[in-house]
Design a protein around this ligand. Structure first.
Ligand code: KIV
Ligand code: ZN
Length: 517
């Protein structure tokens, strides 16, 4: 089948907004900028960079992403409130191409219990808020929150009013993940047919995965006439998440015979984007996740392996290299020089500043001394760690742990706190507990540990452990990661990184001020 401009599907990524709304997934400004950069590079048409009225941090993130974007439209979210819309306009105006995305609920249950408004009042709100947005910027998206539980006649009136007031994109979300593909497709085809000015806007799908139907529903909405898909990397998002960008894009690319659409995404970036989002959010990607899971292209059974050796297409519908999966390669050993290391980093997509490069190289040498084979994944874990802790004023310097039967387990820890070395000794219920107790003695704080997760970066007993730690204090959440061949050192690094981020969030720019967390 041939495709035309009318078959172009715009990809609207909301990892930094709906994705960040998942409890525990909040990201730092630095992490958001890195994610936005890769989304921009991979060809995402619209990046929803945040919710500017939500906090000063969100506002700043949208402004910075807007200033740095090269190709993508930068959108910010705004409720149907003047202050939200004005704040959003202030943030996205820094972009070469900015968009205000404003929304209001339209379903009877939301109108009655959440808004306490009549249908007529909501229609007036739509006209008023879309008009206000259009007075600030030409590119305005309007969303009917809970569209899939809204009576179709009323939804038609809302859409018509929004387009009349100047909305250029109309988004009809399945906010609660309730729709089925047939229903969702019909909703779009009915609305597009019935609303007299529907040809003046692009229609958009936005699906949540509560019933595991987000991707199927999104593609059904496109079949019904939508030409924008709202999605997130790794399917991150409220509750069960949003439709996963990588699944939408690879479905379109792989099944062009029945999904005759095009999109601008270069899938080569997908694996990197997935790892970056997982590291920043602290949400591990499940092993069997489509496209970006560790096992997505692994063939274990004898029959499959036999077929693969004869012809990869026997069991593979996509090639791993098309989505940026690199064949695992033995990288380098302890004799590799700085130059080769720098080239390797470039090959893996990293460019570090001089100081970070020097520190990463020092840690690579250290790793190569301790680990027989150093793989690409090891280098990636090491560099991600280096990027995460760059600029932190509180660091783990040395750790000795006494563990084993007989207890109590003991940790002797030295940390650098704002340039001053401090050492403490602590006991605990096991070596991890003892290590974390030692950190708390050096940097007293009230934060609660809500997640502690370990996974091996590669295979073998000398593999690096990658540890994720999530901390919560005063309603704020932060996630830190650490990697090392020593699981306890990785745990200490992850804990300190999470603590630094929490301190940054609570006190602005002073990551060293942990004592007051
Ligand atoms: O799920 C939803 O309805 C949303 C809107 C704010 C677009 O995220
Ligand atoms: Zn949503």
């Amino acid at each position: 089948m041939t495709t035309t401009d009318k078959d172009q599907v715009r990809i609207f990524d909301t990892t930094l907004r709906d994705g960040e709304q998942s409890p525990g997934a909040s990201m730092t400004l630095e992490e958001k900028l890195q994610i936005a950069e890769i989304l921009d590079e991979m060809g995402v048409d619209i990046i929803e960079a945040g919710f500017p009225i939500a906090s000063n941090g969100d506002f700043e993130a949208v402004c910075e992403i807007a200033k740095n974007s090269k190709n993508s439209v930068i959108a910010g979210l705004a409720r149907a409130i003047h202050a939200d819309i004005d704040r959003c306009g202030d943030a996205v105006r820094h972009a070469e191409k900015g968009r205000i995305h404003t929304f209001v609920s339209t379903s009877p249950i939301h109108l009655q219990y959440q808004m306490n408004k009549t249908q007529e009042q909501v229609l007036e709100i739509i006209t008023d808020t879309v008009t206000r947005s259009r007075n600030l910027i030409d590119d305005v998206e309007w969303s009917a929150m809970d569209a899939t539980r809204t009576p179709i006649d009323y939804l038609c009136q809302c859409v018509e009013a929004a387009i009349k007031a100047g909305a250029t994109t109309i988004n009809l979300p399945d906010t609660v993940g309730y729709a089925t593909p047939d229903e969702y497709k019909k909703m779009f085809s009915d609305i597009i047919e019935r609303v007299p000015n529907s040809d003046k806007a692009i229609f958009s799908v936005h699906c949540h995965d509560d019933l595991g139907l987000a991707v199927a529903n999104s593609l059904a909405g496109v079949a019904g006439g939508a030409r924008q898909v709202e999605c997130t990397i790794n399917g991150l998002g409220e509750r069960a998440g949003n439709a996963a960008l990588e699944e939408i894009v690879m479905s379109i690319r792989t099944r062009g015979d029945v999904l005759p659409y095009t999109c601008n995404i270069d899938p080569l970036f997908m694996t990197r984007a997935s790892k970056l989002v997982s590291a920043a959010s602290g949400f591990a990607v499940q092993y069997n996740k489509a496209i970006v899971g560790k096992n997505a292209f692994a063939h274990e059974s004898g029959i499959h392996q036999d077929g693969m050796l004869k012809n990869a297409e026997t069991y593979e519908i996509m090639r791993p290299e098309d989505v940026g999966v690199k064949a695992t390669s033995l990288v380098m050993g302890k004799h590799s020089g700085r130059h080769a290391f720098k080239d390797k980093l470039k090959d893996l997509g990293y460019e570090l500043g001089d100081n970070a490069l020097q520190e990463a190289f020092r840690r690579f040498k250290d790793l190569a001394d301790r680990k027989k084979h150093v793989y690409d994944e090891d280098i990636e874990a090491l560099v991600e760690n280096e990027i995460a802790i760059a600029g932190e004023n509180t660091k783990v310097i040395a750790l000795t742990v006494i563990a084993g039967t007989g207890g109590p387990q003991k940790a002797i820890l030295t940390m650098d706190v704002n340039g001053k070395h401090e050492t403490r000794e602590a006991t605990g219920d096991g070596p991890v507990d003892a290590t974390f107790n030692a950190i708390k003695m050096i940097c007293p704080h009230e934060a609660k540990l809500s997640l502690y997760q370990v996974h091996a970066v590669t295979e073998g007993t000398d593999a690096q452990a990658e540890v994720s730690v999530r901390l919560e204090a005063n309603g704020r959440i932060s996630t830190g990661k650490g990697a090392d061949t020593d699981t306890l050192v990785a745990s200490a690094r992850a804990y300190v990184s999470a603590m630094n981020k929490l301190a940054q969030r609570q006190q602005g720019a002073n990551p060293g001020a942990l004592k007051a967390v």
